[in-house]
Design a protein around this ligand. Structure first.
Ligand code: AMP
Ligand code: MN
Ligand code: MN
Length: 327
């Protein structure tokens, strides 16, 4: 663990101050939204004023989460809160321009995250890269500080950790993760219902997207590097929403013999979003992505970089091949 404020230090601010803006990263995933709901409802139950703000708002695939209607897009005028809490967000710019315009002037920042590339941009930073999800850090924080755990918090922690661990599969999943899941279940979480809402509830659009992606799949002759791409043309033709591609990279990551899987996606502004997965700790996806200004974890990382698509692909694939040459 690096660069860490203790739960007690964070707890002192949670106790002392009254109003909080809880933030998470652009294109939010289950851990981002789940972390906002989890800590937000715990603080509110403790009598605090809370706003849950995300640059891109609530994606359709997470509207099933209890409390998700509290997620708002950034207000157009700056707001005053005592404390800003950034959750699951590796760098400050990943909070989004409009979010930073709304709360950037606030004086007290708490940064709670599990990305090893997080530089610690808060006044208080709790960065635990041994935790498989920010939601699991918050579970420990809430317990350590004896904060309330309303049902929304309980369920949101489960969704946060479940989605970031690929349903409790990835290697970051530990005994503590399963014990946490057991405790949440003991507290009344409905496992079957919440998993069904999380995983068996995709729009047909997502399957059409999968079909289009498979048509672009390329695997290197040695079988170790697989990649596919999504052009802006396809996004508009299929009316793809940002959340539709969430987790699809696992399909090519799962190919036998594949060590690195990459997903290239053209964004509306011509920038390229890169999603990268590694199955071998000797190939550090975070390190590769940091060469292009991105970041994340050793086995799952990402970049937002300049286009065009063909240039971004060539540059990123070259660095991966350089890294794989030494295997
Ligand atoms: P994704 O491929 O979008 O699921 O992201 C994989 C991991 O890398 C997640 O933990 C992201 O938060 C992180 N990540 C993705 N894109 C970036 C980026 N541009 N900068 C830093 N971290 C990122
Ligand atoms: Mn996330
Ligand atoms: Mn996360």
């Amino acid at each position: 663990m690096s660069n860490s404020s203790t739960f007690q230090e964070i707890g002192a601010w949670l106790d002392q101050y009254d109003s909080f803006a809880l933030l998470s990263h652009v294109r939010p995933d289950g851990d981002a939204i789940g972390s906002q709901i989890a800590l937000g409802f715990a603080l509110e139950a403790a009598g605090k004023k809370v706003r849950l703000i995300n640059e891109d708002g609530l994606p359709d695939n997470l509207t099933f989460m209890a409390g998700s209607d509290r997620i708002e897009t950034p207000p157009s005028a700056p707001i005053d809160v005592d404390v800003v809490i950034a959750l699951d967000t590796a760098t400050k710019p990943r909070l989004g321009d409009n979010v930073l315009a709304a709360v950037g002037h606030c004086e007290r920042w708490i940064n709670i995250d599990h990305h090893k590339s997080n530089p610690g941009y808060g006044n208080l930073n709790h960065i635990d890269d041994t935790s498989p999800a920010t939601g699991q850090i918050l579970y420990n924080l809430i317990n350590a500080l004896d904060l309330p755990m309303p049902d929304e918090t309980r369920d949101a922690i489960y969704v946060a950790v479940s989605t970031d661990t690929g349903s409790f599969q990835y290697s970051g999943t530990t005994v503590a993760t399963y014990e946490m899941a057991a405790d949440l279940t003991r507290k009344g979480l409905d496992v079957g219902k919440i998993n069904s809402l999380t995983y068996d509830n995709h729009p047909m659009r997502r399957v059409e997207l999968m079909r289009a992606l498979l048509n672009t799949l390329e695997v290197q002759p040695d079988g170790r590097l697989a990649h596919w791409e999504l052009t802006w043309d396809t996004v508009t033709r299929l009316e793809v929403k940002p959340e539709d591609s969430e987790g699809l990279i696992d399909i090519i990551r799962a190919i036998q013999g594949v060590i690195v899987a990459v997903f290239f996606e053209e964004l509306h502004d011509g920038k390229i979003r890169v999603s990268m997965r590694s199955k071998d700790r000797r190939i550090d996806a975070c390190k590769v992505c940091m060469e292009f200004g991105g970041g994340g974890h050793a086995l799952a990382a990402g970049i937002r970089m300049p286009g065009p698509l063909s240039d971004a692909k060539a540059k990123v694939l070259a660095v991966i091949e350089r890294e794989m040459a030494s295997l």
